[in-house]
Design a protein around this ligand. Structure first.
Ligand code: SF4
Length: 450
C-alpha cells in the first residue's frame, strides 16, 4: 500500500524534493552572509545558530533514526543531494561508470575522510566549513550525476560519504521491498505493471536481497506482481541475509569507522587525555626550542581559525587531534574486533572471514546508537546554551544505550546460533558481550565521567 502510494505520487515527491532543496540551500548559504554570532545570540534570533541547530541538532540525528525505522526512505524521497544528482543525470553526458568509482572501499574511506576533516575545521560550529563540506559534497553529487549514468544516482550508490552508514543501519529497519521470485518468473507480459522501472540506485530488482542499496522510493512497487513493501522481523536481515552479504568493507566501516573514528571525533574536545597529550608534546617542543607548531595555525579550511572568537587550533592542536582520532580508532577496532574474532573461531573449527564479518553486523545497533548520541550531544549543547533545562537527557541516553546494548547482544546470540547451537555458542557470546561493552565505554566517559 505505502509502496504503491509512493509510486503513484512521484510528481508530489519531486515537488517535495525541490522544497527541501530550497530549505537546504537557504540554511547552508544564509549564515555565510552575516557576521558570526556573539555570546548573547540565541537560536531563535540568529540565523547561524538556527541553521546549526537544524542541520546538526535535528536534521542529521533525525535522518539516522529514520534509517532504523523506515530504511533509506530519506535517500529516495527527501535527500536534496540525491535528488539533484538524479536530475543532473537525466540531462547529463550519460557516460559509463568508471572502475575507480565502483571501488567497494569508498563508503569507508569517504566516511572517515569527511568525519576527520569536519573535526579539523569545526564543521558543526561554523558556516563556511559547513558550506565547504556539505556544499562540496552536493556539488560533487551533481557533477557525478551529470557525467555518469542516465537517470541514475551513481553518487549515492558509490561515493556519498554516508552511503555506507545509511546502508548498514537500513539493515535493521522493520520493513523492506520484498521480491517474490516465483511471481516474477511466472508473470506474463499482459499481467502486472506494463511500464519499465528505473531504479535510481541501480539495485538488481529480481535478485534484491538486502535493503542496504534500496532507497525505498517505491518505483518498483507492484512490478511483475512480485515486489511489495512488507514488514519483516526486527533484525532478520542481519541474522539471516548478512551471512551471505557481509563484507570486509562492512567490518572496516562498523569497527573502525562507526565505532572507532566516530568515538574519537565526538570525544576529543572533552577529553582530558587530549589535553594531557598536548601539554606533554608542548613541553617537549619547548625544551627543544621549537615554537612554530605552538604559534602557527592554518587558514579556516585547513584548521579551525577564528581568533576573533578565541577559537584557533594551532598546528600542534591539529596534529594531536589527528593522533587522538587515529589512536582511538585503532584501540576501538582491536578491542571490538578481537573478541568477535575469538567468537567466530569458537563457533567452528575452521576459520571463515565471512562468519567474522557476519558477527560484526551484530554491533550495528550499538554503533548506530553511538553516532546518534554523539550528534544529539550537539542538540543538547545548543539548547542548554539557550537556557533550556534538559534534566531528562541523562536518563534518555542511558535508556538508548541499554536498548542498543540488549539489541546487539540479542543479534550476536542469534548469529552465533546460525553456526553452532551447542555449548560453544554460549562461550562465543562472551566475545560478543565484551565487544558491545567496549562500544559503550566512550559514551560512558563522555556523558558521565568527564
Ligand atoms: S529497489 Fe530501487 S526502485 Fe525499488 S524501491 Fe528500492 S530504490 Fe526504489
Amino acid at each position: 500500500m505505502a509502496g504503491d502510494w509512493l509510486r503513484r505520487h512521484q510528481r508530489f515527491i519531486r515537488r517535495l524534493q525541490w522544497g527541501i532543496i530550497a530549505v537546504y540551500v537557504t540554511l547552508l548559504v544564509t549564515p555565510t552572509l552575516v557576521p558570526l554570532p556573539d555570546s548573547t545570540a540565541h537560536i531563535w534570533d540568529n540565523i547561524t545558530l538556527f541553521s546549526q541547530f537544524v542541520f546538526w541538532g535535528i536534521w542529521w540525528p533525525g535522518v539516522l533514526v529514520s534509517m532504523l525505522l523506515f530504511g533509506r526512505l530519506w535517500c529516495g524521497v527527501m535527500c536534496p543531494e540525491g535528488a539533484l544528482s538524479e536530475m543532473a543525470s537525466r540531462h547529463g553526458r550519460g557516460r559509463a561508470i568508471p572502475r575507480w568509482i565502483r571501488w567497494p572501499g569508498w563508503p569507508f574511506a569517504a566516511f572517515v575522510i569527511t568525519t576527520v576533516y569536519g573535526q579539523m575545521i569545526s564543521v558543526y560550529q561554523y558556516p563556511l566549513p559547513a558550506v565547504l563540506i556539505l556544499g562540496g559534497s552536493t556539488a560533487a553529487a551533481i557533477l557525478t550525476g551529470y557525467l555518469y549514468g542516465r537517470n541514475h544516482r551513481v553518487w549515492c550508490r558509490y561515493l556519498c560519504p554516508v552511503n555506507g552508514v545509511f546502508g548498514l543501519l537500513a539493515k535493521l529497519a522493520p520493513m523492506h521491498y520484498d521480491v517474490d521470485r516465483q511471481n516474477w518468473d511466472n508473470c506474463l507480459p499482459h499481467q502486472g505493471r506494463a511500464d519499465t522501472v528505473i531504479c535510481a540506485p541501480m539495485v538488481p530488482l529480481r535478485t534484491m536481497q538486502s535493503t542496504s542499496p534500496c532507497h525505498m522510493c517505491g518505483r518498483c512497487a507492484g512490478f511483475r506482481n512480485a515486489i511489495e513493501l512488507r514488514p519483516r522481523d526486527l533484525g532478520s536481515e542481519v541474522i539471516e541475509t548478512s551471512a551471505n552479504t557481509a563484507t570486509r568493507w562492512d567490518s572496516w566501516l562498523i569497527l573502525c569507522g562507526m565505532i572507532g573514528v566516530a568515538s574519537g571525533a565526538f570525544l576529543w574536545s572533552s577529553s582530558p587525555w587530549f589535553v594531557m597529550a598536548k601539554q606533554w608534546m608542548a613541553r617537549i617542543l619547548v625544551q627543544h626550542d621549537v615554537f612554530w607548531p605552538l604559534e602557527h595555525g592554518l587558514p579556516w579550511w585547513g584548521l579551525t581559525n577564528y581568533p576573533e572568537l578565541n577559537d584557533v587550533l594551532t598546528l600542534l592542536d591539529g596534529a594531536i587531534l589527528l593522533g587522538y582520532i587515529a589512536v582511538t580508532a585503532l584501540v576501538m577496532t582491536l578491542a571490538t574486533g578481537l573478541p568477535l574474532a575469538f567468537a567466530a573461531r569458537l563457533l567452528s573449527p575452521s576459520w571463515k572471514w565471512r562468519r567474522f564479518h557476519h558477527l560484526v553486523h551484530g554491533l550495528l545497533p550499538i554503533a548506530g546508537c553511538g553516532i546518534i548520541l554523539g550528534l544529539s550531544a550537539q542538540t543538547v549543547t545548543i539548547l542548554r546554551a539557550d537556557g533550556m533545562a534538559l534534566g531528562w537527557v541523562s536518563d534518555a541516553r542511558m535508556a538508548a544505550l541499554a536498548l542498543a546494548t540488549s539489541w546487539s547482544i540479542h543479534l550476536i546470540w542469534k548469529i552465533c546460533g546460525q553456526y553452532n547451537s551447542g555449548s560453544h555458542r554460549s562461550f562465543a557470546i562472551l566475545g560478543g558481550v565484551i565487544a558491545v561493552a567496549v562500544c559503550i565505554m566512550p559514551w560512558l566517559l563522555l556523558f558521565w565521567v568527564w
